[in-house]
Design a protein around this ligand. Structure first.
Ligand code: GYE
Length: 364
């Protein structure tokens, strides 16, 4: 890549002005237990990895670090914390990178400004985990005009795909469908009065999970979605929305939380109101993410079904950059696959029943 010396000098100033995170963990610790798909995708690209290692111009090979700016959504959830840690682990100096990390605190305008900052600093690559899908064309065009390749990770954007090199993330629509298909299997024709606590408005994770769930719900006339409001992917947001639902609706038997942290808040609100939930309670809770704590609640029978979204995706961004460094063309889309987990006592052909062993194997 160009402008190496300049970017190295600028990065000193950058450290003072940005929230910077530099990975210090070893490669070993960073290696995600991830999914089988993750492992197989990794195995599928050994030629590219070797090519990158042999490539003389590769900065890592000649001792120069590749500068990468990462514009992260924020720190709204346990999932996000795991995602951030994973990027800091993989994009470490040991692995040949100098990472500039900005936490946009769920502020779309601040996130776009962070990307502009990376462009001004003439970093080698920019990675964006976009808060919202909309509003990216202008700044992506600016990055392209400056000759800086951009990777979109986690959530997606609705911008022209020629403005970025690759997208890496989970299939959010498939996750929503997985949740609803499990509910159909579980209820087996019984009536459902459903309350949905959505994620951040305008985020592809919210849009996709909602769309996927609704796709399947459309085939179930015995289901009624009473309400669907945003809890912003936070525990406090989940609690507030659930408290207001409890005031407005006296008759419901399913609560769908679009991430684990919202589920924790919703459970607090139901506890306070004396509403029972879980496999032995009146209300069935579905959650997304399947983080360690979320799976503990699933193992405990409080969350009935938890649809995974694997946050350990930095290894794929590393591969895309190595491919670009060696002059190759990376896959435009890397889909990180997910599975669903159900509480003990629930028999499902669509999901894995939780055990202590599964929980112990969870790396995040
Ligand atoms: O589900 C939620 C986080 O974009 C997949 O963002 C991610 C979502 C995740 O805040 O916990």
């Amino acid at each position: 890549m160009k402008k190496k010396v300049l970017s190295a000098l600028l990065s000193v100033a950058m450290v003072a002005t940005l929230l910077v995170g530099c990975g210090s963990s070893t490669e070993e610790a960073a290696a995600p237990a991830a999914t089988e798909e993750a492992a197989s995708t990794e195995e599928a690209a050994p030629a590219e990895t070797e090519a990158a290692a042999e490539e003389e111009a590769a900065p890592a090979a000649d001792g120069e670090l590749i500068t990468v700016g990462f514009a992260q959504v924020g720190h709204e959830s346990d999932w996000r914390a795991a995602c951030t840690q994973n990027y800091q682990d993989i994009f470490s100096a040991e692995n040949g990178y100098e990472l500039s990390f900005v936490d946009a605190d769920n502020d779309n305008a601040a996130q776009i400004e962070a990307v502009r900052g990376f462009i001004q600093q003439e970093l080698d690559y920019i990675i964006i985990a976009p808060i919202e899908t909309a509003g990216w064309d202008t700044v992506l065009q600016e990055a392209q005009d400056a000759g800086i390749p951009v990777l979109i990770v986690d959530r997606s954007v609705d911008a022209d795909p020629s403005l970025y090199e690759a997208h890496i993330g989970c299939d959010m629509v498939a996750e929503g469908e997985m949740a609803a298909n499990w509910l159909a299997e579980y209820l087996n024709g019984e009536e459902a009065k459903i309350l949905v606590i959505e994620g951040t408005v305008g985020a592809s994770a919210t849009l996709g999970r909602t769309e996927g769930f609704n796709n399947i719900a459309a085939d179930h006339s015995e289901w009624e979605i009473l309400d669907s409001q945003s809890g912003d992917f936070t525990q406090s947001g989940g609690q507030e929305v659930m408290e207001s639902y409890i005031k407005s609706y006296s008759d419901f038997n399913v609560v769908v939380c679009q991430n684990d942290n919202e589920a924790y808040g919703a459970m607090d609100a139901m506890d306070a109101a004396g509403i029972t939930y879980g496999v032995d309670g009146d209300v069935t809770i579905i959650s997304f993410d399947a983080t360690h704590d979320g799976l503990q609640y699933t193992l405990d029978g409080k969350i009935s079904c938890n649809v995974e979204c694997n946050p350990l995706q930095a290894v794929f961004a590393d591969q895309v950059i190595k491919t670009l460094e060696s002059g190759g063309t990376p896959d435009a889309e890397t889909v990180v696959t997910d599975e669903a987990f159900v509480a003990p006592g629930i028999t499902s052909a669509l999901a894995t029943t939780m055990t202590q062993e599964v929980l112990d194997g969870r790396a995040y």
